[in-house]
Ligand binder design. Structure first.
Ligand code: ARG
Length: 460
């Protein structure tokens, strides 16, 4: 049998392989609810404008409701021969209500239909990701409040740089997540316009009311150009770009957790809930969840690259290539959602080792900058000269195999005779972090205030 939806001009049937390469039902069935919502909005509009009768509209709506219930219950049999979710639903509708079903597709094409469904789906997903990111922020801000004065080494080049607080480090990721949420919100705002009513590509000769369908579906407005409406996938690209950036942030933190949980660092202990053992080495607690969050970022980035390449050569308007937008998008958004959940769990459970962190922070001449700053503040040296003097002191301490704070005053005075006892007051890691009170600095008071501000903003 030729295809009932478009088989009028066909005598033969598609090959098995054609059916396989052409069908999207295996993956687009996941937005059946959006497809049905779109159809109901379209149907109500067709009745309101007198394009179809109120009786037909009532039958169509009733049939769609029944299909939705069956799909929700998993009691719907999808057919690959019917290609996609749109035709599976319409064919079933015809079985249920007969000829009236054929009126639903008046003034509509699968091109504006799929564009509408996908926008609705991505919009819902973005809303869910936003909630998840807020949850991650809350978990991080709580850790930050609890560890506002837990001292750890801050790194540049992964070399000890200056002491910071663990809370400050956590809040850095809260800020990143805030920007990720901002990007999702921007993407959402731009995507929230309705393609429905663009029909195949040129609009329609029926007196449709696009404002009405847009409003019903929660869109801010109808898209202004029918060619753009069916061709645009930048809403997916923008969402995937945002997802890729968010996944990159998670991956950086995951990398830190992998390093920090190692026997060499021992900065944090990850919980049993987010680690695994080795089948041969009994001592192991592997940070698998963190490693997978790190690796999964690659998948999300890959999805963005995939869809960019699919879209970049396509002339207007719809081409079947665009059916390939769904799998990478679903995979990337599912993956990001799982990565956020795993990261949130790891953060909630992780236990920083205060002693190990403090000890590491005190090594590697981490307060050398504080010494240079003291020379500037107390002796009035220009910073460049203070930097040089401090360098010589570090070198002496290094040769003696001791920390800066253990260098005798006399040894310091050999380098700079005006140095006094007072210098030792700035050489402890506690004094160092406490002094970083500039806006955005790591001082415990700052961190406590910022953590509280975030917790209030996130209502945690
Ligand atoms: N399954 C198709 C997709 O995902 C729906 C649109 C089909 N339109 C068409 N003209 N063949 O893109």
């Amino acid at each position: 049998m030729t295809n009932r939806m478009w088989g009028g001009r066909f005598a033969g049937t598609p090959s098995e392989i054609m059916e396989e390469i052409n069908a999207s039902i295996a993956f687009d069935q996941r937005f059946f609810a959006q497809d049905i919502a779109g159809s109901k909005a379209h149907c109500a509009m067709l009745a309101e404008t007198g394009i179809i009768s109120a009786e037909d509209a009532a039958e169509i709506t009733g049939g769609l409701d029944r299909i939705q219930r069956d799909m929700e219950a998993g009691a719907f049999t999808f057919s690959r021969a019917l290609e996609d979710i749109h035709m599976n639903i319409e064919a079933r509708l015809a079985e249920l209500i007969g000829p009236a079903a054929g009126r639903l597709h008046t003034a509509r094409s699968r091109n504006d239909q799929v564009a509408t469904d996908f926008r609705l789906y991505v919009r819902d997903t973005v809303d869910h990701l936003d909630e998840q990111l807020a949850g991650l922020q809350r978990a991080l801000a709580k850790k930050a409040a609890a560890h506002a004065d837990t001292i750890m080494p801050g790194f540049t080049h992964l070399q000890t740089a200056q002491p910071v607080t663990f809370g400050h480090h956590c809040l850095a990721y809260v800020e990143m997540a805030a920007r990720d949420r901002g990007r999702f919100a921007d993407a959402r705002r731009r995507m929230n316009e309705s393609p429905l009513g663009a029909a195949a590509l040129a609009g329609t000769s029926f007196p449709i009311d696009r404002d009405m369908t847009a409003r019903t579906l929660g869109f801010d407005a109808p898209m202004r150009n029918s060619l753009d409406a069916v061709s645009a996938r930048d809403f997916v690209l923008e969402t995937l770009a945002t997802a890729a950036i968010a996944a990159t942030h998670l991956s950086r933190f995951a990398e830190e957790l992998v390093i920090w949980s190692s026997a060499q660092f021992r900065f944090v202990r990850l919980s049993d809930r987010f680690t695994t053992g080795s089948s041969i080495m009994p001592q192991k607690r592997n940070p698998d969840a963190a490693e997978l969050v790190r690796a999964k970022a690659g998948r999300v980035i890959g999805a963005l690259a995939t869809l960019m390449v699919v879209m970049k050569g396509l002339p207007l308007a719809y081409s079947k290539d665009m059916q390939e937008d769904k799998e990478p998008a679903f995979d990337a958004l599912d993956t990001l959602s799982l990565a956020i959940a795993a990261m949130t769990g790891m953060v909630e459970d992780m236990e920083p080792d205060r002693e190990a962190m403090r000890a590491a922070a005190a090594h590697g001449f981490s307060t050398a900058t504080d010494l240079a700053d003291w020379l500037v503040r107390v002796l009035g040296l220009p910073f460049r000269e203070a930097h040089h003097v401090t360098g010589s002191l570090v070198s002496r301490a290094e040769q003696a195999g001791i920390d800066l704070k253990d260098l005798p005053l006399a040894a310091m005075q050999e380098v700079e005779p005006r140095i006094t006892d007072d210098v030792f007051s700035v050489l402890s890691v506690e004094a160092s972090v406490a002094s970083r009170e500039s806006l955005g600095g790591t001082a415990p008071d700052n961190v406590r205030r910022e953590a509280e501000r975030w917790l209030k903003a996130l209502k945690g």
